[in-house]
Design a protein around this ligand. Structure first.
Ligand code: 5GP
Length: 188
């Protein structure tokens, strides 16, 4: 998506370890106009699917997910990183965090995810696909159907995209980073 690619080249910053920082418009300060355009484009790319629920993981996936849910007019369910003591019918799985370099448990209530749900997962970044794999597991536990996975930014030099597409999942990314070497951002 042209607008996003231009913004990444203008405002994105590279950090050691292959981290791209987009705090100026996605991860800290957010640009709602661009966010809305990105959501519209993701909805267009999944228009041949019937979606009953958008899922994401807190916190950075929530902004794009709620906008996608608004366009699709379906509920948005985010996996929580802390187990609430009051959650009923809890489904859980472990996710390894690329940016924090540790595993954590994510959970959703089975009250909000069940066999009739057709799920579109939305997240800000796709790196090694660990967050995505956690969602695949939760969808499986609930007996729901995964329709697709949409990302704002995919780091094409990490393994997640190939793995998910290799499983036959419909994956869409609005911008794919080819390289982040020497603090230079190269897009596909
Ligand atoms: P994965 O689970 O695919 O390995 O990593 C994706 C998750 O890690 C995303 O939810 C995102 O929050 C975070 N992440 C991975 N790589 C980056 C990055 O380069 N920059 C930022 N800001 N977040 C990242």
């Amino acid at each position: 998506m042209k607008q996003l690619k231009e913004r990444i080249l203008r405002d994105g910053k590279c950090f050691d370890g292959g981290i791209l920082k987009v705090d100026n418009f996605i991860n800290h300060q957010m640009d709602p106009v661009l966010m809305r355009e990105m959501a519209k484009e993701l909805v267009r790319r999944f228009s041949n699917h019937t979606i009953t629920k958008v899922m994401t993981i807190e916190a950075s996936g929530i902004a794009p997910a709620i906008m996608v849910g608004d366009y699709l007019n379906v509920p948005v369910l985010f996996a929580k990183k802390k187990k609430p003591s009051t959650m009923e019918n809890m489904l859980t799985t472990e996710v390894f965090s690329f940016t924090k370099n540790k595993s954590y448990t994510v959970c959703v209530s089975g009250d909000y995810l069940g066999p009739n749900d057709k799920v579109l997962f939305i997240d800000d970044f796709l790196a090694n696909g660990n967050a995505a794999k956690g969602i695949i597991e939760l969808v499986k536990q609930a007996g729901a159907t995964l329709e697709g996975m949409g990302f704002l930014i995919e780091k094409g030099f990490q393994s997640g995209g190939a793995e998910l597409r290799g499983k036959g999942i419909h994956v869409e990314s609005l911008a794919i980073i080819k390289r982040l070497d020497n603090c230079t951002i190269t897009l596909e």
